[in-house]
Design a protein around this ligand. Structure first.
Ligand SMILES: C[S@@+](CC[C@H](N)C(=O)[O-])C[C@H]1O[C@@H](n2cnc3c(N)ncnc32)[C@H](O)[C@@H]1O
Length: 357
């Protein structure tokens, strides 16, 4: 049995079942054995490949989106771009190419040592922090691609007139799910039973709420905006907890520390947090529509002009993967946040929603 799994078994045997959120937190972020602490999760040798490493057009289009904001703000010299969970560093490098000679403050936030090494190679001028709390206070654009889905969520199942929390349990040999009455499930029962049928599952991600609140306060105090790309839902509910290894879904309880754990992002909940923080919420928009509206297809044509046949084919395949509805185009959504007094954000002209709704 792997060391982290043994640690989790012991914890459960001593203290009782743990929430899915605790299981995710330990499996992903344990200082020594957590998946995001020790392993190279991304790229062809990792468990999955992300948009910046599929097509350079992804980062270039975001660079244009940022440039538009910077121009609307009258070209401030004190201005930084923060990549939340910078991965292999590709996204910020592609963005910096577009912003050359205009913006030179780039920041990576990450906790994975292997990825931080790659980020240092990818964009030497960037600085590195583990948390939003530590970054310099100035007008800031935050970007999070597949960042929010890494945070731990709680799952609840509805019974006739109460909620139970779905927890991770142990018999000493196997980890399995069990339904428990917890402080949170009791609170949820007294707060809201929702109009859902028996057996319905809902997920609540307090960590995402915390991050959205933190970023909202930061951009209200210092000026700026945030944009997030992630797979998720606007309406609906259900079980979205999954493990990913070698680009394939796997039982999330199988091998803690060696499997990426994710859940779908609830964009409606982010909208609610934005409203509570009195800032504007843009989207959700499908990744495909956002890229199209921001000129990804025109950028492809320009790149093709100087490309070999082989390069042309790679460029087309890459962008198609990001935009096609059968691949990442529809399941990935884009949302953005900005304070009320901020210039309007490009790419959200159709389907934009604000707090007024
Ligand atoms: C799914 S990857 C996405 C990487 C990158 N944004 C991309 O598009 O390729 C998630 C990233 O978030 C980082 N990460 C995970 N948990 C984090 C945390 N608590 N704080 C900061 N970064 C974290 C990971 O190390 C990784 O770089």
């Amino acid at each position: 049995m792997n060391i982290l799994k043994e640690k989790i078994h012991n914890l459960i045997i001593e203290n009782g079942p743990i929430s899915i959120a605790s299981f995710m937190e330990i499996s992903l972020s344990d200082k020594k054995y957590g998946y995001y602490r020790k392993k190279m999760p991304l790229g062809s040798k990792g468990d999955f490949v992300t948009s910046p490493d599929i097509s350079q057009i992804f980062g270039e289009v975001i660079g244009i989106w940022i440039l538009d904001i910077w121009l609307k703000l009258k070209e401030p010299s004190n201005f930084q771009i923060v990549d939340l969970g910078g991965g292999r560093g590709t996204l910020l490098k592609d963005i910096s190419r577009v912003l050359k000679n205009k913006i030179s403050n780039f920041v990576y936030i990450d906790i994975n040592e292997e990825l931080i090494k790659l980020q240092k190679k990818s964009l030497e001028i960037a600085s590195h922090f583990e948390s939003i709390d530590d970054i310099p206070k100035m007008p800031t654009i935050f970007i999070g691609n597949e960042f929010l889905d890494t945070f731990p969520m709680h799952q609840f199942i509805k019974r006739n007139n109460y909620w139970r929390e779905i927890c991770v349990n142990s018999d000493g040999k196997k980890l399995f799910f069990s339904q428990e009455s917890t402080e949170l499930s009791k609170k949820l029962t007294s707060y809201n039973l929702l109009n859902l049928k028996q057996g319905s599952i809902i997920e609540i991600n307090f960590k995402i709420r915390e991050i959205i609140n933190k970023i909202s306060n930061f951009i209200k105090d210092n000026s700026g905006a945030a944009i997030f790309f992630d797979y998720g839902y606007i309406d609906g509910y259900g079980d979205s907890f999954q493990g990913i290894r070698d680009n394939k879904p796997i039982n999330p309880l199988n091998d803690p520390g060696f499997v990426d754990l994710t859940s779908h992002v609830n964009f409606k909940d982010i909208k609610l947090q934005a409203k509570k923080n009195n800032i504007n919420f843009y989207g959700p928009k499908t990744q495909s529509l956002f890229l199209e509206e921001m000129g990804a297809l025109q950028r492809l044509k320009i790149l093709e002009k100087n490309a070999s046949d082989h390069q042309k084919s790679d460029l087309r395949i890459g962008l198609n993967r990001l935009m096609s509805s059968s691949e990442m185009g529809n399941i990935f959504k884009v949302v953005a946040l900005a304070p009320k007094n901020f210039p309007s954000l490009e790419g959200f002209t159709c389907g934009t929603t604000t707090n007024k709704e």
